[in-house]
Design a protein around this ligand. Structure first.
Ligand code: GRF
Length: 212
């Protein structure tokens, strides 16, 4: 597959994907698109010899036109939002129906939006996690493909929790991309299914069936 990864910042999920590709866990060809000229993710893409493109996100209409043109030119068939801090328009999403996924650092539908870990800690919940879901016009609300969970320690701070969840994200996102490469993800009645995937999460480990 030809997959475009959209980024805006640090790029640790991007790095997890490119590492997985380097190790042969993923087989797609990747390009990277950033809406932030200063994003560390741009350097990461270059370190992994991956083509990277920057587009000014304003005005949004022009940004999306430019990106769509590039995606067409590069025959991109799937999009992964990995820390992409902008909201795509309905028209853009319609151009890739059920072909855009996002990773969010909470157990959706709880804690949509930003400042997730701070709100999680303040709420007093005992478990949190990460979610990979399809992107729809409603933010963080598309159907859920996979989740991982982590207990919250009373001593956890916003920072320690972020790091714990990021470590899980770095396993979860490549796994979901692999399922997509294997054509195992489908949607029926607004629910996503992964053919043959094991969802045994009896321990507090990611629900992953493969390790790399
Ligand atoms: C991650 O926590 C991801 O779940 C969220 O934004 C953050 C991006 O981090 N959507 P990075 O840029 O991949 O390091």
């Amino acid at each position: 597959m030809n997959i475009a990864i959209f980024v805006s910042g640090r790029g640790s999920n991007l790095e997890a994907i490119l590492k997985a590709k380097k190790q042969g866990f993923l087989t797609s060809d990747f390009i990277v698109i950033s809406n932030n000229k200063q994003a560390k993710a741009i350097d990461i893409a270059k370190d992994y010899n991956t083509e990277v493109f920057y587009f000014d996100q304003k005005p949004k209409r022009l940004f999306e036109e430019n990106v769509l043109r590039l995606l067409k030119e590069k025959n991109v068939d799937f999009i992964v939002l990995a820390g992409f801090m902008a909201i795509l328009s309905g028209d853009f999403i319609k151009a890739y129906p059920q072909r855009i996924i996002n990773i969010h650092p909470s157990l959706l539908p709880a804690f949509k939006g930003i400042n997730v870990h701070k709100r999680v800690i303040e709420s007093g919940v005992k478990y949190t996690g990460a979610t990979v879901h399809f992107v729809t016009e409603d933010i963080d609300a598309g159907c859920i493909i996979a989740q991982t969970i982590s207990p919250i320690d009373p001593s956890d701070t916003e920072n320690t929790l972020e790091q714990k969840i990021l470590n899980l994200e770095h396993k979860l996102l490549p796994q979901v991309i692999r399922w997509i490469e294997q054509n195992r993800v489908s949607v029926k009645d607004k629910k996503a299914y992964v053919k043959g995937a094991s969802y045994n999460c009896l321990q507090f480990t990611p629900c992953l069936e493969e390790s790399f």
